[in-house]
Write a protein that binds this ligand. Structure first.
Ligand SMILES: Cc1cc2nc3c(=O)[nH]c(=O)nc-3n(C[C@H](O)[C@H](O)[C@H](O)COP(=O)(O)OP(=O)(O)OC[C@H]3O[C@@H](n4cnc5c(N)ncnc54)[C@H](O)[C@@H]3O)c2cc1C
Length: 301
């Protein structure tokens, strides 16, 4: 980096890490370093940072890294991670719940039960933060973020705040339209009043289902490929025999063959090559081209 990032960052109070290995920040446990990782203390500091950051400096936003495959050569530029306590707040007004973007989804559980609010149980079982969950229009059990979002507050690259409605996101399968470098700050969801015992039961059932069907504790980024219209990616993988493939320390989960797993020794290169080999195998046997759902970023080594 020719730009003097250390001098630029010295006046900020939030946590700043230089050459931070992204393997520490992704569920896959792989990924080379990012030049600068910044955790702003609050919205004001984030705004100040963006106002000062030269526009030619690359900027990335990181949630919990649950849907990312960061390559072994890492990322040049700045990465913002909203993991300070300010960005983990949850506020409730009648049946509307507002969560800040760095809030882990699982943290919603307690609020839903204590306040007798239903409608967001499905989100609690999805690994990640509220920001990443909105950006990926995450979903399960027949519901996705687009079904429950009222509005979100976002910040543009100039550090200015705007409010966006549900319609502004033009939601599609696992995607919310958000302009490049815009950062989600907080998200307001619609809930309904419900008996806390019923909420607890739904949460427990969904947790049990996941434990039984998905490798929740493994180093994985969830579903690797999008389901082609009317089909299941996992079925196509199984039928083509690609579930038996492996590359170095990267393998296919035996619990759910649309999940790739780092068995502890995989590089990002192993995982990406395995994914590409699966795409080739499904194309050859089924004549269908699977599309990556996991977002790949950074440079190869
Ligand atoms: C075991 C497992 C099971 C999973 N099951 C599901 C499932 O059932 N359904 C499902 O949809 N997904 C699932 N996933 C994928 C993943 O959990 C979701 O995509 C999750 O919502 C990603 O959140 P994150 O905070 O980890 O985002 P990250 O992976 O860190 O980032 C994802 C994207 O969001 C962007 N982003 C993150 N925060 C912000 C922000 N504040 N502002 C703007 N952009 C931002 C990032 O730049 C990136 O483009 C699963 C993953 C795992 C590991």
């Amino acid at each position: 980096m020719s730009f003097d990032a250390k001098t630029f960052m010295q006046d900020f109070k939030g946590k700043v890490l230089f050459q931070e290995p992204l393997s520490k920040h992704t569920r896959f446990g792989v990924g080379g370093p990012v030049d600068v990782m910044f955790s702003p203390c609050d919205i004001n500091e984030l705004s100040l940072f963006l106002k000062k950051l030269p526009s030619d400096q690359p900027l990335y936003i990181l949630g919990a890294g649950s849907n990312l495959l960061v390559r072994d050569g890492g990322i040049q530029g700045f990465m913002v991670k909203l993991d300070s306590p300010f960005f983990k707040q949850i506020k409730i007004k009648e049946t509307e719940l507002t969560a800040y973007a760095g809030c882990p989804n699982v943290k919603l559980k307690k609020e839903l039960i204590e306040n007798g609010l239903s409608g967001l149980e499905f989100l609690c079982s999805i690994p990640g933060t509220i920001g990443g969950t909105l950006k990926t229009n995450a979903g399960c059990y027949g519901k996705s973020v687009s079904d429950v979002l009222i509005k979100a507050t976002v910040m543009n690259r100039k550090g200015e705040i705007t409010e966006l409605s549900n319609a502004d996101f033009h939601f599609s399968y696992r995607n919310a339209d958000l302009k490049k470098d815009w950062i989600i700050l907080s998200v307001t969801f619609q809930c309904q009043k419900e008996d806390p015992n019923q909420i607890l039961q739904t949460l427990q059932e969904q947790h049990e289902y996941r434990k039984a069907h998905q490798p929740m504790k493994a180093r994985t980024a969830g579903s690797t490929f999008k389901n082609p219209a009317g089909m299941s990616a996992w079925q196509l993988i199984k039928q083509s025999g690609a579930d038996l493939l492996h590359v170095g320390g990267a393998q296919v989960s035996d619990k759910h063959c649309n999940f790739l797993i780092n068995n502890g020794s995989a590089t990002a290169e192993d995982l990406e090559t395995l994914g590409e080999n699966i795409i080739k195998a499904v194309k050859k046997t089924k004549n269908i081209t699977l599309e990556w759902e996991v977002e790949r970023l950074g440079q190869k080594k």
